[in-house]
Write a protein that binds this ligand. Structure first.
Ligand code: TRP
Length: 331
């Protein structure tokens, strides 16, 4: 039983890659640990969303994560900006975060390269805000993907530094929550790489996609001209289609198409038709749930309020002690 914190960026719809790569594991993780899931709306301000977009994006990810199975009764699910204690800790951590180390972070350098017109202080101090997000609950575990490893390293640095400066072991040093083998990599539909990595239209299948869109995307998936040798190894686009089949279809369907492939008798059109139908069936309950939750603002308000209360209870306890450690004293 660990304390786990995970931040969710309020951008983009959930796709199958998110579901099998992370969320499915979150659902299991929340049953075995004390989990805090929050929507990182402060972080998203670095890219200056409009007020409507900000709210819309937060609502959308909240709805989709709830639809996918995050459970507000066992986890603490909240909006980052509902917990002002995080901002206070962020300020305090910034006093011991150095320009050089922040400038050296690869994600910062990447942003500078891509958007030289918008190199703001929020971007620079993104890692301190992330550290505050996690250590505000004195968490020991953070489920992070490859792209967040350096941010995790920075959290560790800031937590350690605080402990060292104030000669305490107040903050646990967070480490990666490892899903190990449970982590399934879902490929995209354009033949190469992971789902969601490419911006290409139709590369990702979203949980909120309707039947027509799912069928269209699957039928357009990249294939090749077919196997030429019995039992040959599958090239990437074909291997990818089989990976998708494996996550949504029954084992005998997978075995059936494998056999046809191995005998060089496969017709990709048939495979895609089956995949499309199974995909539609797989996504349907999510889509229904997403639509139902989107209309239920009362319920969402309740979830977010309860989450904020639970999160603030833990956060205010930490901040109170941090203030004492630092030396803020009452007269
Ligand atoms: N930076 C993370 C991302 O881009 C989101 C995030 C913000 C986060 N704060 C966090 C993740 C704290 C884990 C812990 O996906």
């Amino acid at each position: 039983m660990e304390i786990v914190v995970s931040g969710i960026r309020p951008t983009g719809n959930l796709h199958l890659g998110n579901y099998f790569g992370a969320i499915k594991n979150f659902i299991k993780m929340q049953k075995e640990n004390k989990c805090y899931f929050f929507i990182a709306d402060y972080h998203s301000l670095t890219t200056h969303p409009t007020p409507n977009d900000l709210h819309g994006n937060v609502k959308q990810v909240l709805v989709e994560y709830l639809a996918a199975g995050l459970d507000p009764d066992i986890s603490t699910i909240y909006i980052q900006s509902d917990v002002p204690e995080i901002v206070e800790l962020y300020l305090l951590l910034n006093m011991n975060a150095y320009l050089g180390e922040l400038e050296r972070c690869t994600s910062f350098k990447e942003k500078v390269r891509k958007h030289p017109e918008n190199v703001n202080a929020g971007l620079l101090t993104y890692p301190t805000l992330m550290a505050a997000d996690v250590i505000i609950h004195k968490a020991s575990k953070v489920p992070v993907g490859k792209d967040q490893e350096q941010n995790l390293e920075m959290m560790r640095t800031f937590a350690r530094r605080f402990n060292r400066i104030y000669k305490t072991d107040f903050f646990p040093i967070p480490s990666a929550y490892n899903f190990g083998k449970a982590l399934v990599k879902i490929p995209g539909l354009n033949g190469v790489g992971k789902m969601g990595k490419s911006e290409e239209e139709g590369n990702a299948l979203f949980l909120a996609d309707n039947e027509k869109v799912i069928r269209k995307k699957v039928m357009r998936a990249v294939t090749d001209s077919g196997p030429i040798e019995m039992n040959q190894e599958k090239p990437e686009p074909i291997k990818n289609l089989f990976t998708l089949l494996e996550v949504v279809s029954s084992p005998d369907v997978v075995a059936h198409f494998n056999e046809l492939y191995n005998k060089c008798e496969i017709r990709y059109g048939d495979l895609k038709k089956q995949l499309a139908e199974d995909m539609v069936e797989f996504c349907h309950p999510f889509k229904e749930k997403i639509e139902e939750l989107s209309k239920n603002n009362n319920y969402l308000r309740k979830v977010v309020k309860m989450g904020a209360e639970k999160a603030r209870e833990s956060a205010s306890k930490t901040i109170k002690e941090v203030r004492e450690i630092i030396g803020f004293k009452e007269f």
